[in-house]
Design a protein around this ligand. Structure first.
Ligand code: SAM
Ligand code: F3S
Length: 439
């Protein structure tokens, strides 16, 4: 066996959660298997594909990517090819039936086992498949993360037990599993010692967090007061678990950002019911009202699905009305697409593709117009900005983010990276803001 450092190439399809998993995989394989990341797949000794199947039909994408990697393995047979994430957990051994040159198949919960799996492949030249769900291992065995700037993500829970009728997450990532309270605190503390000032607590449903008597509100309160932490965000949360304790956090915790991503999916009760979201439109509005009592300036964003089976023009209109009445900021919206194995996939899909497409465009036009209005209203105000680095616009400029996640470019130097500065917003552009540092 050669002792030269081996290299790793990871390709990620999917959401923030998958990006986060890929970063942890890279850290783990560096610490335990000595793999250095490379940006060139042709040079890599290990090629991993980390996939997501929430909204797209990734199966074909996966096999076409694997097809592109196949010649690399033919040229250098010692190359190891692996597939992880949702597609892996859905297909398991099936991946190798269609692509026998794949050496490793791992699910979102077997990441921690990758070094051993890889060692087996190296030692015995034999394929390893592990897509099991294992509660104790979900967060175990991962090394301490390395900060890559003043902001960082920290997973607090994994999986989802809500079983919305359209969604594959509970089947691919498993049920909700919370990470031990002290482990989260230790990880945030370790990150602050590396210069992190802002953390985003991450999970499919962070507000389902539980560890003994501690709920998400108490975790948040603890994290927010750790020395060095100047700002806390979290994503995603489910409306049915927006407890009063969590709502009160918006009044009590100044470092909690005035921005909340709270997926609603639809503004029509019959659709919410068939989606199994377990709340009504008026209950959602009541939560928003209570949140704004706690934090009047709160900015809200959301996820929407248009064209769910049976969605009428009136149902869709009700969604547009909700969007306007809440005044949502930048949000994510998707045309419904059936996911095999979910209950909604069995419902007769009454909405033609063309109608879905038009509704999506109408919804996005309104959401974009609202986001533009919110940006425009920020001109002239002073915003607290965490400086993240040089601006992409000019080397004499630096850039950071506002509480409501807008990039602000302004004159300054790299010395202020990692500091919170007050910036007066002077101009709102389509994808960013410009400003002047006032303090
Ligand atoms: N945990 C979050 C929540 O509380 O809803 C979001 C989970 S999911 C990874 C992200 C978003 O993808 C959902 O909020 C939904 O809008 C969208 N999504 C999930 N399944 C979908 C499907 N079958 N078709 C279209 N969009 C879908
Ligand atoms: Fe999916 Fe609903 Fe959970 S959208 S991630 S089943 S809350």
């Amino acid at each position: 066996m050669t002792m030269q450092p081996r290299t790793l190439y990871i390709k990620t399809f999917g959401c923030q959660m998958n990006e986060y998993d890929s970063a942890r995989i890279a850290e783990l394989l560096k610490a335990r298997s000595g793999l250095e990341l490379t940006t060139d797949p042709a040079q890599a000794d290990v090629l991993l594909l980390n996939t997501c199947s929430v909204r797209e039909k990734p199966r074909e994408k996966v096999f076409s990517q694997l097809g592109m990697w196949r010649p690399l393995k033919e040229a250098r047979p010692q190359v190891v090819i692996g597939v992880g994430g949702c597609v892996a957990s859905q297909e398991g051994e099936g991946i190798r039936t269609r692509a026998p040159y794949v050496d490793l198949v791992f699910g979102p919960q077997s990441l921690g086992r990758l070094p051993e799996m890889l060692a087996t492949v190296w030692a015995h030249r034999k394929a390893v498949v592990n897509v099991a769900f294992s509660e104790i291992e979900t967060f175990d065995r991962l090394p301490a993360p390395h900060a890559k700037g003043p902001t960082a993500f920290v997973a607090v829970m994994e999986g989802c037990s809500k079983y919305c009728s359209f969604c594959v997450v509970p089947y691919t990532r498993g049920e909700e599993v919370s990470r031990p309270f002290q482990e989260v605190i230790d990880e945030v503390t370790a990150l602050t010692s590396q210069g992190v000032r802002e953390v985003t607590l991450l999970g499919q449903n962070v507000n389902a967090y539980r560890d003994g008597p501690a709920d998400f509100a108490s975790l948040l309160a603890h994290v927010a007061t750790l020395p060095g932490i100047g700002r806390v965000r979290f994503t995603t949360s489910h409306p049915i678990e927006m407890t009063q304790r969590l709502i009160d956090a918006y009044a009590k915790i100044p470092t909690l950002v005035g921005h909340l991503h709270l997926p609603v999916q639809s503004g029509a009760d019959p659709i919410l019911e068939r989606m199994k979201r377990r709340h009504t439109v008026s209950e959602y509005k009541a939560i928003v009202h209570r949140l704004r009592v706690a934090r009047p300036s709160l900015c809200l964003s959301s996820d929407f699905i248009v064209g769910f089976p049976g969605e009428t023009e009136q149902d869709f209109q009700d969604t547009l009305d909700l969007v306007e009445s809440v005044g949502f900021d930048h949000s994510y919206s998707f045309a419904y697409s059936p996911r095999p194995g979910t209950p909604a996939a069995e419902m007769p899909d009454g909405v033609p593709a063309e109608v879905k497409k038009q509704r999506l465009a109408r919804l996005q036009a309104i959401l974009n117009a609202q986001a533009v209005r919110i940006s425009a209203a920020m001109v002239g105000t002073v915003q607290l900005v965490l400086v993240e680095g040089l601006s992409r616009k000019s080397p004499a400029w630096i850039a950071g983010r506002t509480e409501n996640n807008r990039v602000v470019n302004f004159r300054g130097d790299l010395g202020s990276v990692g500091s919170f500065v007050e910036v007066k917003i002077t101009e709102a552009l389509p994808n960013s803001l410009r400003g002047e540092c006032v303090r």
